[in-house]
Design a protein around this ligand. Structure first.
Ligand code: TRP
Length: 442
């Protein structure tokens, strides 16, 4: 059985924080060990360019995110781990998909629409300050997914629409050019924790309320001490469910530890002690990974080599042959293999030999065609019996076009109308093709 392909992209526009860890990295690394799954993890650095125009930040973020995933246990010898911009076939496919993507569908993308709405609110032009990159974001993302025929894409709810668009583009391409793409499904992790940030809102880069995953111990301690709480004094009962300190603790604790902490809250643990307990618990989980992270960050060339190796193997195995097939499918083809269609079709060096095809149509009658490659030179009339059609084919092959007459595109042999010339075909081409059969028979 072919394994299920699971693919995840991480935009390289920031520093991984605890929310990323609990919500995405930890579950993804665990899932990467599932048997029967072929996993793809990549750094979406082309996507980063849509939001970040500081090159140093893009580079830094790419390094930090790569080191983070490796430190957290992703094993590049059992999963595909690569950088988007190391696979030139991805932007190449992006263009092929761009040409089938509906502009109207892209107009309805949430991220683009939100940007337009913001402009309208402030009385600006609809598209003021919006790059074509932001507009095309879903097409690039579709290329990421479709190029490897991923079956499942674990994403947050905000990304579901992008997966639906990838299906739409893939489907349109398949409809036009044949079944090339598997249509992906979004895998929504319902269990996944969203963590509160320092200010109690969801931990997010955009709120500037994050705790960096691998902040040094001292920094981590200071940040946790700064988490916003209410002003209840030690000894006063506290509501665990309303507390971001408790929610953070719970995301890193066993069920028993969480139950004990809940009791401590009810018993009036002071905020200082609760934050200390959170710090110790967090640090216990993160310290080993932080040590690996720091070792990796000290050797960026090793990370570079790991990423390049992943991309190189992945291109050879899938991306390059896939794009070869797709180019062929859309007509970006080797010209030396073109079906010759000009008046000199009968030249001795014509690359494609003529052939007859016999078949029966839905009307129950029997037909034949004379073809050169895909070009129809002669389309027969319908005959009542397969034998009648077969006898005409045999006779045309034997006589090499002798006795063949044309009037108004209709072909006659000995006064019998046997069919018609193909579109734009001259009688000479048919006679020429038939001559080949006669020659071969002689
Ligand atoms: N858009 C995703 C995000 O911001 C990142 C991403 C890019 C991605 N390409 C992808 C995710 C392909 C899954 C599959 O989270």
């Amino acid at each position: 059985m072919t394994p299920t392909r699971v693919l995840t992209g991480i935009t390289t526009s920031g520093t991984p924080h605890l929310g990323n860890y609990a919500g995405a990295i930890r579950p993804a690394v665990a899932a990467s060990r599932t048997p029967g799954v072929e996993s793809f993890y990549f750094l979406a650095d082309y996507h980063a360019l849509i939001k970040v125009t500081d090159p140093v930040r893009v580079q830094r973020s790419t390094l930090e995110i790569a080191a983070t995933w490796l430190a957290c246990g992703l094993d590049p010898s059992t999963v595909w781990f690569y950088r988007q911009s190391d696979i030139p076939e991805i932007p190449e496919l992006t263009w092929l998909l761009t040409c089938v993507a509906g502009k109207g569908l892209l107009n309805r993308a949430h991220a683009y629409k939100a940007a337009v709405d913001k402009n309208r609110e402030s009385g600006e032009d609809d598209d003021a300050g919006i790059s074509a990159g932001l507009f095309m974001y879903p097409v690039l993302m579709a290329a990421d997914i479709l190029i490897f025929n991923a079956n499942k894409v674990p994403v947050g709810r905000d990304q579901i629409q992008h997966i639906e668009m990838a299906r739409d583009f893939g489907q349109r391409f398949n409809h036009l050019y044949g079944e090339h793409f598997t249509l992906p499904e979004a895998a929504i992790e319902t269990q996944v924790a969203t963590l509160p940030g320092l200010d109690g809102r969801k931990m997010s880069k955009s709120y500037d309320n994050t705790i960096p995953l691998f902040a040094p111990r001292a920094t981590l301690k200071k940040l946790i001490a700064g988490i916003v709480t209410d002003s209840r004094a030690p000894g006063e009962a506290k509501d665990a469910d309303a507390s971001n300190v408790f929610q953070l603790y719970q995301a890193f604790a066993s069920a028993e530890e969480a139950a004990a902490m809940r009791q401590a809250f009810a018993d009036g643990i002071g905020w200082g002690d609760a934050k200390n307990a959170l710090f110790e618990r967090l640090d216990a989980e993160i310290a080993p990974q932080r040590e690996r992270y720091e070792a990796l960050m000290a050797k960026p060339a090793e990370i570079e080599a790991i990423l390049r190796d992943g991309a190189q193997r992945l291109r050879a195995r899938y991306a390059t042959p896939t794009l070869q097939r797709l180019r062929e499918a859309v007509g970006l083809r080797n010209l030396s293999q073109v079906a010759v269609s000009t008046a000199d079709a009968g030249d001795d060096d014509a690359p494609v030999a003529p052939t007859f095809k016999q078949y029966r149509e839905a009307d129950g009658r029997f037909y034949f065609k004379l073809l050169r490659g895909e070009r129809v030179l002669l389309q027969s009339a319908g005959f009542d019996g397969g034998r009648d059609a077969g006898q005409w084919v045999a006779r045309l092959k034997r006589d090499g076009g002798d006795g063949l007459r044309e009037a108004g595109g209709v072909l006659h042999v000995d006064g019998a109308a046997i069919g018609a010339l193909g579109d734009g075909v001259a009688l000479a081409e048919v006679v020429d093709a038939l001559a080949k059969f006669a020659e071969d028979a002689a």
